[in-house]
Ligand binder design. Sequence first.
Ligand code: GDP
Ligand code: CA
Length: 312
Amino acid sequence: MLVALAGGVGAARFLRGLVGVVPPEDVTAIVNTADDDTFHGLHVSPDIDSVVYTLAGASDPVRGWGLEGESYTVLDSLERYGAETWFRLGDRDLATHLYRTERLREGATISTVTAEIAAAWGVRSRLLPMTDQSVSTRIEVEGSGGRPIELRMQEWFVRERCEPTVLNVGFDGADVAVAAPGVLEALESAETILICPSNPVISIGPILAIPGVREVLASRRRRVVGVSPIVGGAPVRGPADRLMRALGIEVTCAGVARTYSEICGTLVIDAVDEALAPRVEAAGVRAVVADTLMRSPEVAAGLARNALEAVA
Ligand code: GDP
Ligand code: CA
């Protein structure tokens, strides 16, 4: 069995490649839920949904998140009531959030609901949320008066378009959260553990903050292989650079290697970063060079094969 630590879009694209080279049933993804939030009373799990929709072949190919060919009739209609509609939720996507919210209200865990949603989309890999408890990423930013203020992840990322300068990042509730059923067991028994090319701070960081996860990864470090989301000194997309810089992490694959060095024995870095391989290895992480820009599912499949072979 293969286990992957996953955020949203970067992870989803990598996982779609992975299930092209191994049987989907052999893959368990442990997915970040610290970006989860409530909009219009509905529980939204952005990273889980990105993974589900992409593995189902239904995600928007350009944006990477949400469903292809969405309409926004409901959201636009909510504007009449002055509701905040900066977090765009498509009409068909809303069905997922309605279903999830109702099941949670009935007492089902997020693990159970995630399995139900994945099955309904025909996803054959096992998707585990990192925890069934509520964990929430908080971005501490410089407020207008110079005073630090705390924003929820989507407030900073979507509403504020990442503009406020980041001072710190925290994961509310992580210290008392319990890994979801199957998470630690999967990590303990996995043949290979992959760290998807996801945001190291706010996608992989929260998973590592769940008690027990870091310890089991450290004990299995030789079986852990990551893919750098930083290529040529910048994220391929998204705000990883701003977050890494705020935490004093160099925005290169070598910075990623140092961040993961205790839990990850091998890092796949992009061909454009080949010259940084010695600096990755200086962090105690073996560097493997490959084409990591996932322009298509085929390229992602090649990348997944390279990652698996790196620890074979
Ligand atoms: P999010 O929660 O939707 O932001 O998704 P993730 O955390 O899973 O992925 C975001 C990260 O994926 C960003 O840091 C990107 O740099 C990285 N990423 C996206 N596409 C690619 C790609 O094609 N190759 C690599 N190496 N990284 C990528
Ligand atoms: Ca996310």
